[in-house]
Design a protein around this ligand. Structure first.
Ligand code: ZN
Ligand code: ZN
Length: 557
């Protein structure tokens, strides 16, 4: 009995000890688990905008892309096959703003690249800011900031969410392609300066260029690239997706007097502007992006960083040579190599699976109108400058009053309210007369009165896009909707964008890396959903003007 009792006592003591040890272990484990309970986020987000990349370019050149560029994102990542712009007009500045704000011009205020301020009657460039000065570049090219954008961006929200510990940078050849995506709280934004061939910035971001960017500029890539000749990557006869190199629908690059390969722009060089038309500008941008990742240690800290890259040369080449050119085809085959090289760099320096990357476009482009006519498709070109003169002349004939229309731009009519007030005219009557004139013109489908949307006879989808694009203080009061295939271009060669039609508004939207499933879907999503999706994935607040919804299908469970 005693033995049993003793055994029980020993047993109780060792049980107590075990319990204490177990409780201690549990405490330690719990502490450990608490330390592991941070929000799960990638180390780096990279946003790529390819200026003027139509959705169909993913497939138009698919057979010739490498496995490591666009195809790596398409096949290993997620493709939203039906992503659309949901406002008008489909231009560069509203596109970049929409992608990063999840909002539309009506709210974020970037209604076009250039617009009229309805209060002052003055023209404004989207990123102009007379209160700041150039940093390491020419004076005028440096008076730039995101101040005209009225909402926060997803990049701003990331900075806010981490109490500014996240780093955000924007880089592009175009100022607006760097400034608008990087947002109001960016650590830096850099764009190409035509006068020096360097990447520059403005005092909005600080008074000096960071050392790594100065070092990059000192390598003088622009000089070597401008002196190089653009030849096709493959034998010219293999470019079967394009018209013959020599055709009448293409315009020359400024300074060249022919439209065929090889392109050599250095001979007529007056400044570095012509580099924008060469694939070398994309190469230089990727080199600068890598220098930024290295120089600022993006993706190496404890918080998520964000790099916004926008490729601009695709747009310059599209405008000049059209989507059907050997130049456009070669530009995209070469861009594919740049994307591959960037992905490899990210794998090496941030780690495969540690970064999330998305690729989209700010808008697409139409086929050249004369080319379309030549193959019996309906199309046409209505230059806004000519229409402006004719319209004012016609209004004078009808009313006896001069210059009743102040501007015709961005497919919108700005009435001259000061003159209308001075002459004590009925503003609505002037609007009706203007509408009457447009309705007599070739290629015009609808005129939407943006101040009385309910009166429009245009299809609801088009009206909604016009409404989303209308900002009372910055837009015109009438929206011109042309027939499909028509645009307001600058001449018979090249092409442009800006309309509601699918060739302008159907954009690629690829996602790859951390948090992204492999797959695709054909559900219609809007450009405004991009920022909402990023906010959901990063578990941060949506931008403050965001009207989009997260695309949950692309996220890993
Ligand atoms: Zn653009
Ligand atoms: Zn463009």
């Amino acid at each position: 009995m005693a033995f049993i009792c003793n055994f029980a006592a020993i047993n109780t003591i060792s049980m107590r000890k075990s319990l204490i040890v177990a409780a201690f272990l549990l405490f330690v484990l719990k502490l450990d688990a608490r330390q592991d309970q941070h929000v799960s986020r990638p180390k780096l987000v990279v946003g790529i905008v390819v200026d003027q990349m139509r959705w169909d370019y993913l497939y138009r050149y698919y057979d010739r892309y490498s496995e490591d560029g666009f195809k790596r994102m398409m096949n290993e990542g997620y493709s939203c096959q039906n992503a659309f712009i949901n406002y008008l007009p489909s231009f560069t500045a509203p596109g970049h703003s929409c992608i990063y704000t999840g909002s539309v011009p009506s709210i974020h205020g970037i209604v076009a690249n250039d617009w009229m301020d309805n209060k002052t009657g003055k023209g404004i460039y989207c990123t102009e800011d007379k209160t700041v000065t150039a940093v390491a570049g020419s004076y005028k090219a440096g008076q730039m900031s995101p101040r005209n954008m009225l909402t926060s961006t997803i990049t701003d929200e990331l900075r806010l969410a981490t109490n500014m510990r996240s780093k955000v940078y924007g880089i592009s050849i175009k100022d607006r392609g760097a400034i608008l995506p990087a947002g109001h709280l960016a650590n830096g934004a850099f764009w190409f300066d035509d006068s020096t061939g360097n990447f520059m910035s403005s005092s909005y971001y600080g008074n000096n260029l960071p050392d790594w960017m100065t070092k990059f500029n000192n390598k003088r890539w622009a000089d070597s690239f401008l002196n190089s000749t653009w030849v096709t990557l493959y034998d010219k006869s293999s470019y079967v997706q394009s018209l013959p190199d020599n055709n009448t629908f293409e315009g020359p690059i400024k300074g060249e007097n022919k439209v065929t390969f090889p392109h050599s722009v250095a001979a007529a060089q007056t400044n570095y502007n012509r580099l924008r038309y060469l694939p070398a500008a994309n190469t230089m941008l990727v080199k600068a992006a890598k220098a930024c990742i290295h120089g600022t240690q993006l993706g190496q800290g404890s918080e998520t960083d964000f790099l916004c890259i926008s490729f601009s040369s695709t747009d310059y080449v599209g405008h000049t040579f059209t989507p059907n050119s050997v130049e456009a085809e070669d530009m995209f085959l070469r861009l594919d190599e740049e994307i591959a090289s960037l992905l490899k760099y990210l794998d090496r320096h941030v780690g495969a699976g540690n970064y999330t990357i998305f690729l989209t476009a700010d808008h697409g482009a139409a086929h050249n109108a004369e080319y379309m006519q030549s193959i019996k498709l309906p199309a046409g070109n209505r230059a806004e400058g000519d229409a402006f003169t004719s319209l004012n002349k016609w209004l004078k004939e009808k009313t006896g009053k001069d210059s009743l229309v102040r501007d015709l731009s961005n497919y919108q009519v700005y009435l001259n309210d000061r003159s209308i007030d001075k002459y004590k005219m009925d503003r609505e009557a002037v609007k009706h007369l203007t509408t009457e004139w447009f309705e007599q013109q070739d290629g015009v489908a609808y005129i939407i009165d943006l101040e009385h949307m309910s009166n429009s006879t245009a299809p609801a989808n088009i009206c909604k896009m016009a409404m989303n694009g209308y900002n009372r203080l910055r837009s015109g009061c009438l929206q011109v909707i042309l027939q499909p295939g028509w645009y307001s271009g600058y001449g018979p060669t090249g092409t442009t964008h800006g309309t509601w039609n699918p060739y302008d508004t159907h954009i690629p939207l690829l996602w790859y890396g951390w948090g992204i499933r492999q797959g695709e879907n054909f559900k219609k999503v809007n450009m405004t959903d991009i920022a909402a999706t990023l906010a959901a994935m990063l578990h941060i607040q949506m931008p403050n003007g965001c009207i989009g919804k997260p695309i949950k299908e692309l996220m890993k469970k």
